[in-house]
Design a protein. Structure first.
Length: 208
């Protein structure tokens, strides 16, 4: 497997051409700030301690990959796909992943601020022991999405297909769109805690 020293940064002209394929590459400590890798495919690749500030990964495909301790602000991941991939200990912010496809993905530890998954397709995805601020799951199609030991601050739901969404293992803070969570799973305690917010969304006046 090529080492980090052998890697060509995304800013190199090699990455300016669409539909490049990367197989078994280990990107360690690589700075991908402002990089363009739209439409690229990555098979059994590793991003370790990499930086993705302002990176453009629209339409990219990641299969059997790992992201470990990756940092990035302003990452564009729209209409991209993740399959059989782990994301661990990452700190990401302003991630635009609308219309993306996630299958058999585990996000463990770390923090994601402003994660836009509007219209995404999510199957067998697990968030474990992480913090997600302003998660947008509007219009998403969910077929297996769980949150274990996670804090979701100001998540937004609505107009999605949520039969496979299990929020029972998460701490929900100031959620929006509770009335649109038909089919999702909540714990009994969550339902009690969110009763006032749900009543307000439904226009129900609660008398003391």
């Amino acid at each position: 497997m090529p080492s980090a020293a052998d890697q060509t940064p995304f800013a190199d002209p090699l990455f300016d051409t669409r539909d490049q394929h990367h197989d078994g590459v280990r990107f360690e400590g690589t700075d991908f700030t402002g990089a363009h890798a739209e439409g690229h495919s990555f098979l059994e690749c590793s991003l370790i301690g990499a930086t993705l500030d302002g990176a453009h990964l629209e339409g990219s495909r990641w299969s059997e990959c790992e992201w470990d301790r990756v940092d990035g602000v302003g990452l564009t991941f729209s209409e991209a796909s993740l399959a059989d991939t782990t994301v661990e200990g990452c700190r990401l912010a302003a991630v635009s992943a609308w219309g993306s496809t996630w299958r058999d993905v585990t996000v463990r530890g770390g923090k994601v601020d402003f994660l836009n998954l509007r219209g995404a397709r999510l199957k067998d995805v697990a968030f474990v022991d992480c913090v997600v601020v302003e998660l947008d799951l509007q219009e998403a199609t969910v077929d297996g999405l769980t949150f274990e030991g996670c804090t979701l601050a100001a998540p937004t739901f609505g107009r999605g297909t949520y039969a496979g969404l299990d929020l029972s293992g998460a701490t929900l803070r100031s959620p929006v769109g509770l009335a649109g969570l038909r089919g999702a799973t909540l714990s009994r305690l969550q339902v009690i805690d969110l009763a006032d917010a749900l009543a307000a969304e439904l226009g129900i006046r609660v008398a003391d």
